[in-house]
Design a binder for this molecule. Sequence first.
Ligand SMILES: [Zn+2]
Length: 240
Amino acid sequence: MLKWQGIISAIPLRWKTGKPVYVRPELPICICGEDEMIILSLSTHKQIRKHVSKEFFSAPTSRSFFNRMFDIEQTEWTFLYSMPFLVTVYTKLREFQWKLNHNILYTNAMLFHMNSPLVASDNCTFCDNACETLVHLFCECEAVECIWRAIYNLWGQYLKCPRKFSAKQIILGDKHFSNLLNHIILMTKMSIYVCKLKKELPSLGKVIADVKYTKNIEHKISERKNSLPIYLNKWSDLAI
Ligand SMILES: [Zn+2]
């Protein structure tokens, strides 16, 4: 009984009292949207799911946070959300970017604001000289600035990347970049964050080791799946 009540109370009130779902003996079951009517018995599961998610979707609050910070076009979000799924098959990297996109990747600034016992101040783990926001941690800290500069010096010409990445390009990616460049930026951020958690200084050497390892793994996967051309198209002759 308690389980049943739990299930019923978990259904949003809007679903219970909102858009009508009606049954008439002579008609199939329908869902009436604002500008369309979906006939359930004639629709695929994908069509119904698309309609229902459109009806009940509300943008994550992190969107307005990043919109204020970077002035992002609404249409760009589709790419930004799909970027980690386009560039890598590694679940941990996808999850890492998902947390960033939803502004739930914890920095000292966030933890201190939440009165977490894990931090004594909001100072940066690396330089201990500025507030550790996302932008400081990944883009502006002197401990990471040199890594982005080194990446440009190493692969800038080959990857066609700007001499200096913007904070938006580092934190969220860029739709004009190749999958490989967005992937390398993602791996670099993850490497920086792992170093933060271990309280170690990040370095280009650690990033290169991660890129090398990932390249080898993707090579092996492509051989197993007979998809070597896709691997070569992505990595080509990136010098590592
Ligand atoms: Zn710092």
